[in-house]
Design a binder for this molecule. Structure first.
Ligand code: UTP
Length: 273
């Protein structure tokens, strides 16, 4: 059973400036709940009660959000407004939250390596909060992947089909189909030109990683954009046949972009609020 989930939340969120100048992108609300809380709830639902945040400068609001606010508790205790705190109280009671700071933004691979002291020598989930995933009436995406991990015991990436004109925004996989929604990955390419993309299956921000990934990242030179890419490290694991790609059940919203964020907001307001 996977118990820990890593949340790389150190990025600058430049696409949301000026909102993200002094507010972490992950704390922007989709209706009335910060993006990151949706992610943490998904991890808790998957049994990953140990949430490890890789944060950076200017991200202290994240630590405060996953802690009690005594003034607030005191002010609204016993009033009709208390119900508004129930959701986050539940999260705080059911999770353990740890943090480490990534001092320089050197890419997702580097962010994951920065989280190593919080994870140790065990398989773990990785959730990018700006990919918001909802599977109405069914298990969340991390829970689906965790169940697969229990069966296959190797790294797993969540994938979805994307149109050709959008493929160069993603890591893209190719592999042999192992069933309805599962592939054994043989190739992973970060942000390929459409003509170089090995398939239309794009990796989104949900991973299960086995702990050997840390040594592999350490040995992985910076790739595209001078950043340490998790895609490159996963290719090394894939060369040994140890990476699966899973076409998840549910919907994914790209909340790292303004149109995706608006779409998610409308969806949540109409369906979940
Ligand atoms: P993004 O590149 O989508 O996020 O990284 P960003 O940099 O915050 O956004 P823009 O492009 O400037 O608008 C994907 C995820 O990886 C984290 C980010 O916080 C985000 O959740 N990340 C990325 C890190 O934690 N550290 C890094 O060095 C890079």
């Amino acid at each position: 059973m996977i118990q820990k989930c890593l949340f790389p939340v150190a990025g600058y969120g430049t696409r949301f400036l000026p909102a993200t100048k002094s507010t972490p992108k992950e704390m922007l609300p989709v209706v009335n709940k910060p993006l990151l809380q949706y992610g943490v709830e998904e991890a808790l639902e998957a049994g990953m009660s140990n949430c490890a945040f890789v944060t950076g400068r200017g991200k202290r609001a994240i630590a405060d959000h996953f802690d009690i606010s005594y003034e607030l508790e005191h002010q609204i205790s016993g009033t009709s407004k208390e119900k508004y705190l129930e959701g986050i109280r539940n999260v705080i009671e059911n999770g353990v939250f740890t943090m480490v700071r990534q001092r320089e933004m050197k890419g997702l691979g580097h962010a994951i390596l920065t989280g190593e002291p919080l994870i140790g020598d065990q398989a773990f989930g990785v959730l990018l909060a700006d990919d918001m995933c909802i599977n109405q009436g069914g298990a969340g995406v991390l829970a689906q992947m965790s169940e697969l991990y229990n069966q296959f015991r190797c790294s797993i990436v969540a994938v979805m089909e994307v149109p050709e004109d959008q493929i160069s925004a993603y890591g893209v996989i190719s592999g042999e189909a192992m069933g309805d929604r599962l592939y054994r990955v043989d190739k992973m390419v970060e942000k390929p030109a459409p003509e170089d993309a090995p398939s239309n299956l794009a990796v989104i921000g949900r991973y299960i990683l086995t702990p050997d990934i840390f040594d592999i990242i350490r040995d992985t030179p910076p790739g595209r954009n001078g950043e340490v890419q998790i895609t490159d490290a996963l290719q090394t694991q894939a060369n040994k046949g140890c990476v699966l790609a899973y076409k998840f059940e549910g919907q994914r919203f790209d909340c790292g972009s303004v149109p995706g964020f608006v779409e998610a907001t409308n969806f949540v307001y109409e369906n979940l609020y």
